[in-house]
Design a binder for this molecule. Sequence first.
Ligand code: SGN
Ligand code: CA
Length: 685
Amino acid sequence: MSLLFAVAMVLQSCNNTKDQRNGKDDRPNIIFIMSDDHAANAISCYGNSVNKTPNIDRLADEGMRFDQSFCTNAICAPSRAVVLTGKYSHLNGVVDNTQKFDGSQETFPKILRDNDYQTAMIGKWHLKSAPTGFDYWNILRGQGNYYNPGFIEMGENKKYEGYVTDIITQLTLDWLDERDTTRPFCLMMHHKAPHRTWMPDIDHINDFDSTDIPVPFNYFDDYKNRSTAAKAQKMSVWKDMYLGYDLKLTTGFDSTQVVNDLSTRAFDRMTPQQRRAWDSAYRNKNNDFYRKNPEGKALARWKFRRYQEDYLGTIQSVDESVGAVLNYLDKHGLSENTIVVYTSDQGFFLGEHGWFDKRFMYEESLKIPLLVRYPREVKKGSVSNDMVLNLDFAPTFLDFAGISVPGEMQGKSFKDILAGKTPGDWRDAIYYHYYEYPCEHFVKRHYGIRTHDFKLIHYYYDIDEWELFDLKNDPHEMKNVYNDPAYSEKVIQLKKQLKELRKEYRDDGADQFLPGKAFETIGHIAVGKPVSLEYPFSRKYPGGGNNALTDGRMASKELTKTKDLGVWQGFEENDMIATIDLQHNTDIKSISAGFLQDIDSWIFSPVWVEFAVSDDNKTFTVLKKINRETAEDLSGKERVVFMTDCENVRARYVRVHAKNIGHCPAWHKGAGGKAWLFADEIIVR
Ligand code: SGN
Ligand code: CA
């Protein structure tokens, strides 16, 4: 390449990025504010809320509000991966919350950074791998805590005292202060709020005490004519919420009336001062509950109310956070040239159908709030009814920065829509796919299509059922008309369109994400040998019976990834004391036993495991007693194996005693409840 040509190329690429007149980089800044589980129905500019969000509303007043904005997979980590990559879950690899994001793939922050943008990520990340593509990052550990949360700042553990939303806001403003003002920036401020368990900041705990909060008309939905999926979920406000853990009935006038199941892990984090303030903010309303002692439907209504008071309470701080950022921009003359986006990783049920949580392709969780302010190009107070997706953020930001969008990104830039010029070929249907099942809340796997007027959903894996909703006539999705002959043409047409979308997005191999095999076949000397038990299996999880512990089938480590939970042998409250008869004296080199740990499902790995052998099944020699490691990550799901090597051991009987923790510990949401021990398999070599 000649020198002249090289110089010309450099100049040309600068043309794209720098304002020629003053040599200043004039590309817009981007502030991407995303909260967690914030339903549009809890933002006042969306018109349906009981709360007021004046600061978030400012973005609608001064920019554009999207009324048809959706996510492609309504669950946290997958949604974040879609935002970063502009690719559907099956291509970016994060189909559910259990997967780790592969940070080596292309993301929009990386591309912006390569193009001289400063990039920062502050707040909830939840993708398991360390952030890539950011000059600065400071992320919450895991899901994050509301009080005195732990963070990871550029790989280093940090703990800040205070309330999570305020801390994230302050870190954001600090970063803005310290940035290089000669270059544009892209800043992600991601709040934890209003995620479960909805712990408001102290001064917002009582904000909604005297607000009228109407119970949704379909709160007592019976799911008639809906799919089995709608009936089988476990996300009912009135059936599945814990009184202490979720609804804060942890402080009342005397200790007998206190529900003691709010994770003390959340409470242990509080300073004594915070704890006192928290208790005094809840005490009166909790006493009122104990005085009235509601039951039946009254209790169900009380639960809804308390859920909403707390949920909306956390949003008060999110709104203040948005206000603080907007004020900062005003004060520093940045408002004109900064694109500010407010959205959420997905929607949320606020009691509609009786539910909390998300996951379903129903409107409340599918829909994301989306407000965009950019005074240079977006008309004040505009509203769009074009269908946009969280898949579109990456291409849109790159478009605004004047960078061409990589072909592998599946979203489309909605820059023109923001300018009030919807492209003629803009999409008229969206595609959705949810995978996380079986798992907490038990929402079955499904995918579907939504057009402006209809929604067709296919539930698969352990069922094969369809739902069709006529959104114009049934906006709340109360009547599945899939089997109504009047809609048979519509079904055919939508199925065809759905098939085309699946093809276009290359989502035709969903099988690869189905749960794996329930067990692995393994050979060892105890295979087929009889087992006797001191305490029997619990009838609830009897697995395959005694001999399944030595049947050469080792249960998969991913309980949630198998259809057949029965491969594990379950002991409720009791220890497992299993004796294997090898039939005759045998040389033994090692003994191991596998257990499941899935603390969210009340399954704890044993406190200790003792291995012993005997010649006569009367006198046993203890070979080894192993205590559980204490530093485990308590939220994970894993197969925990206890093992002993044996030297010069020859015996006929092998006994494995695994100590059940007995009851869920005080910090657990099931505190005091019977704990489970899941075992399989005992391997003797
Ligand atoms: C936690 C919550 C669930 C929630 C998932 C997923 N339980 O497990 O209610 O559905 O996160 O949320 S909690 O008791 O631990 O709060 S997500 O935001 O990560 O997708
Ligand atoms: Ca087995």
